[in-house]
Design a protein around this ligand. Structure first.
Ligand code: DAV
Length: 366
């Protein structure tokens, strides 16, 4: 286990401790999530719109109970391997501190238990030299960012800007309690209302001055507007709509790989958005995860959820040969890593990480 108390080596070039403007500038420091104590969340109306149909019964039955220990152990081992691979590539790896996930907490309106600190990409957004704690829409994720507080404090002391979206009440007004699946209808009916701002960082993808966002079952217009105003005139947030009937997180739909290189979901992005005119576009190959492999929270399109170490090197799931081949054909250098057991918990390399520091500065690419 890597500890987050070891200080990272000082970088050769003085740049802010938090510095990341894109998904592809050369990576220097990254937070990798942990699955310690991972538990099924308390059942709530926000879950069924995004959980796979075949998991609803399990989530209702197992609410507040730990995920199967053998699955947690297998995912933990893959996370360790992933961390080793990143270190071997010259990246400093940091880890959150485990916090109790099954201990009930309460607010004025409701009680819940937690879930995990496996996906830093959802809870924290890095834009330039600032790190933002997201106002997440799931009650089970209300305190998730606490696992990262030792790191946030350290980065702040090191000169980073540290901010947080307004903590949402997540009262019943925040949710469409009569939500029903709108089937293939687009745009889909979303479970989150405009009561207060909510967003997960994973509904945004960064290309320097331009940030692409989507509305989803966790990210509302109010949340996007809060972020737009918070970031100010230096950034342009573009809200795109995709052919995704159950949107939650953009990072298995539209994935910028490098300047001029874009990976898209072949069905959810039937037409390349005009913003990307002139870019080389690769349609993701169909995922190869077998049907009997448990995916508690997502579709199989996690094959797209890659991590760029720079404009060339990309971490890809080892068994995902079609994606490895596609990346090579696209001129990239895939670094294979076993991650299928981690995938069960709802994400892959992009979800499991937060790029705290990359080289580079604020530029325009669109
Ligand atoms: O395709 O089910 C996965 C994104 C996870 N952050 C999907 C979305």
């Amino acid at each position: 286990m890597f500890t987050s108390t070891t200080m990272p080596p000082a970088p050769d070039v003085t740049r802010p401790v938090v510095n990341s403007f894109t998904e592809w500038d050369p990576l220097e420091e990254v937070i990798v999530g942990i699955v310690d104590g991972a538990a099924f969340p308390t059942w709530h109306a926000a879950l069924p719109p995004v959980l796979p149909e075949n998991q609803h019964e399990t989530f209702r039955r197992m609410a507040g109970k730990p995920f199967p220990p053998e699955r947690v152990a297998a995912a933990r081992a893959e996370l360790e391997q992933f961390a080793h691979i990143l270190e071997a590539e010259g990246v400093t790896v940091r880890r959150p501190e485990p916090i109790p996930q099954r201990q009930p907490y309460r607010t004025l309106h409701w009680t819940s238990t937690g879930m995990y600190a496996a996906m830093p990409r959802d809870a924290l957004l890095v834009v330039g030299d600032q790190i933002i704690e997201c106002p997440m829409a799931w009650r089970s994720r209300y305190y998730e960012s606490l696992a990262y507080r030792p790191l946030l404090k350290e980065y702040f002391r090191g000169g980073a800007r540290w901010a947080a979206g307004p903590k949402p009440e997540l009262s019943d007004d925040q949710f469409d309690l009569c939500w029903e699946d709108s089937g293939e209808q687009l745009p889909p009916r979303l479970v989150v209302t405009e009561f207060e701002p909510t967003f997960d960082a994973a509904d945004f993808t960064r290309l320097g001055r331009d940030i692409i966002a989507q509305k989803s079952h966790v990210t509302n217009e109010f949340g996007i507007e809060w972020l737009r105003r918070h970031l100010g005139d230096e950034y342009r947030i573009h809200v795109l709509e995709f052919a995704d009937t159950h949107p939650m997180h953009i990072d298995a739909t539209l994935v910028p790989l490098a300047p001029g290189k874009l990976l898209i979901h072949p069905d959810r992005v039937p037409e390349v958005p005009r913003l990307f005119k002139g870019w080389d576009v690769m349609r993701a190959p169909r995922p190869v995860i077998p049907d009997n492999h448990p995916l508690y929270m997502t579709s199989k399109w996690l094959n797209m959820n890659i991590l760029m170490l720079d404009e060339q090197r990309v971490v890809v799931e080892r068994q995902d040969e079609p994606m490895i081949d596609a990346m090579k054909r696209f001129g990239l250098t895939p670094i294979p890593c076993d991650f299928r057991n981690f995938n069960s918990f709802g994400g892959s390399f992009h979800c499991a990480t937060l790029d705290v520091r990359r080289q580079g500065s604020l530029e325009s690419y669109l």
